[in-house]
Design a protein around this ligand. Structure first.
Ligand code: GLU
Length: 284
């Protein structure tokens, strides 16, 4: 373990922060401050259809109101496409990526036809249709401008690493990775040279994050992130996946269910200390 830690909070500006976000941000911030370490803030805004600048601005404002401070400038993912493209190029140069022309509807149709298709953490596993295209067909379809995503060829990636992978979960120890549960994941979407899995792993490495603090819903993703780290020669941070906040009926707080936003609590007259306490108490 390094002498001190660097951890982060990495929200996507697709809405206003709610208590669940406050809990996650506070956990990371306290972990850093108690250890005399660094706390970074990163906006994961690669999905232009869902992210909005006004939510990005609101996130900074709400976190500052809550009493959090962060070290260094805020990293905004959409400003760094060239960096993600270079990481993709390195994987492509080793023959680990292939273009996938399938639409979502085509994939779902094929999965439905196959009867019981296996599911991974991101949904039904890709049936591998475009992995089987000939180089000629790939070139022809790219030449006419057909849009394509880039998928990791999981079998090739696993063949390229020599030993089993593990990640370090704080309080649990070493966990053996099973990246194959993702099938052939998308590392670059049709409309952008990147995907959540690629960009988050890239940035944690680039920013020197030694402790990834995030909700336990993202724990399965770590199995894939560890593989990307090894393929790309990036260091392995430790992970602290925390439980998600739940409402009185036990359902996890989510934007779509109109969980109380920090902004609404503030407008209702709650102080930042009260909201900090609420975020702590709401936890089982
Ligand atoms: N941007 C992701 C989200 O808002 C979190 C990424 C992470 O912490 O690894 O769900």
């Amino acid at each position: 373990m390094p002498a001190t830690i660097t951890t982060r909070f990495a929200p996507s500006p697709t809405g206003l922060l709610h208590l669940g976000h406050a809990y996650s941000a506070l956990r990371a911030w306290r972990a850093a401050r108690e250890a005399g370490g660094r706390f970074l803030l990163r906006l994961e805004d690669i999905d232009a259809t869902r992210c909005r600048p006004e939510f990005a601005a609101a996130i900074l404002e709400d976190l500052a109101w809550l009493g959090l401070d962060w070290d260094g400038p805020v990293r905004v993912q959409s400003e760094h496409w060239g960096e993600y493209r270079r990481a993709l190029d390195r994987l492509a140069a080793r023959g680990l990526l292939y273009p996938c022309f399938c639409t979502r509807a085509e994939i779902l149709r094929e999965v439905a036809q196959a009867g019981q298709a296996p599911h991974g953490p991101d949904g039904p596993l890709y049936p591998g249709t475009c992995r089987r295209l000939s180089p000629r067909e790939r070139e022809a379809r790219q030449a006419v401008g057909e849009p394509f995503a880039l998928r990791l060829d999981m079998a090739a990636a696993l063949a390229a690493i020599s030993s089993p992978l593990f990640f370090e979960e704080v309080g649990e120890g070493r966990i053996r990775c099973d990246p194959a549960q993702f099938g052939d994941p998308v590392l670059a979407r049709k409309e952008m040279p990147g995907s959540y899995h690629l960009c988050v792993t890239h940035d944690d490495a680039l920013q020197g994050v030694t402790l990834v603090t995030r909700g336990e819903d993202l724990k399965p993703a770590t199995h894939l992130h560890r593989l990307l780290q090894v393929l790309l020669g990036w260091p392995a941070p430790a992970y602290a996946h925390h439980p998600l906040l739940r409402d009185a009926s036990g359902r996890r707080l989510a934007k779509r269910d109109r969980a109380p936003t920090l902004r609404a609590l503030r407008e209702a007259g709650r102080s930042s200390e009260e909201v900090q306490a609420l975020a702590g108490e709401a936890h089982p």
